[in-house]
Write a protein that binds this ligand. Sequence first.
Ligand SMILES: Nc1nc2c(ncn2[C@@H]2O[C@H](COP(=O)(O)OP(=O)(O)O)[C@@H](O)[C@H]2O)c(=O)[nH]1
Ligand SMILES: [Mg+2]
Length: 356
Amino acid sequence: MRIGLCGYPKVGKTSVFEVVSGLSSPARTHSASLATVPVPDERLDRLFSDFEKAKKVHTQIEYRDPHSRETSVEGATALSLNAANAASVLALVVRGFENPNTPHVFDSIDPVRDVKLFLNRMLERDITVCERRVERIDVLYGKAKSDELARERDIIRKCIGYLRDNRPLQQVQICPAERETVRSIEFSTLKSLLIVLNVDEKDAAASRLDEITTEFKAIAPEYAAVVALCAQLECELLELDDDSRRMFMDDMGMTCLAQERIIRASFEATETIRFYTIGDDEVRAWPLKVGASSVTAAGTVHSDMARGFIRADVLTYDNYLKAGSMRDAKTQKLGRLEGKDYIVADGDIIEFRFNV
Ligand SMILES: Nc1nc2c(ncn2[C@@H]2O[C@H](COP(=O)(O)OP(=O)(O)O)[C@@H](O)[C@H]2O)c(=O)[nH]1
Ligand SMILES: [Mg+2]
């Protein structure tokens, strides 16, 4: 699961990246810094403490922070959207902090305005990408007519209609078959959206962050998740030892570190659930798209398991807790066998039966 940080210059993208990566030294490519972080998971912790396996494997998220010296609004926007290709989530960082040393590109602080403007840019970008593809299809169609191309062009034209109506593609119904037909296009408005509001030091207290988040959710696009933090303070906190950090946080009215909140919010923005497997040497959490079937889940673990799929032995996490242990759940017959069309639920503990 990949998340691309994007936004205007000097809003705190790199600071937010440092917060999520916990200041550990990230990998660098020529165009971006990359950090892979585990998604906190209480269910996995509990399962792990029960099974005494060698390894605990969390679901992971990769964050990308594009390197950019680009200072023009146009250039920086295009660059950050292009850098997010291959990411399934955009983390749009907007600025709520004042800092006279680094003025905002629009000279004033107005995060609501910035979200609106950036969303417009995303819509415009998607329209441009669509129009380019239609031009290309016209050329190809002129050479050799095909139903496939005609269908693709129809779907793209429909998308252009939505986009011109100011509707991000996340908010319209595109069926999986249509999505598959236009898979060559990286729509930015089809990605999940997490708005990361980088607030001023004076707004860093937990109660104030809650207020701001609630206010922001009301004006943000319906499909977006919202998380607020003061990136500057959070970076400073990460450098302190535990005791000093606790004192500093108490002074500022901060209750928990933003690192965990951002990672959780990122995961929640992706419409992904987690299922669990207990292997010979590891207890593991796996990400899965909401609505995916047990055979897709099997394929996530290993392609052989999907190919030779027989049954999924499913224990819900609630039943596991009720029984208190896996063995008791087995003797009480709380698990059930499911076929390949079973829609996996968040928290399912699954043993796949397969034969290859
Ligand atoms: N006062 C204040 N300054 C911040 C905050 N977050 C970032 N900055 C500063 O703003 C400048 C730009 O931040 P940076 O993370 O490099 O932004 P980017 O260009 O979006 O990657 C840096 O000088 C940061 O120290 C914040 O929460 N409060
Ligand atoms: Mg940066």
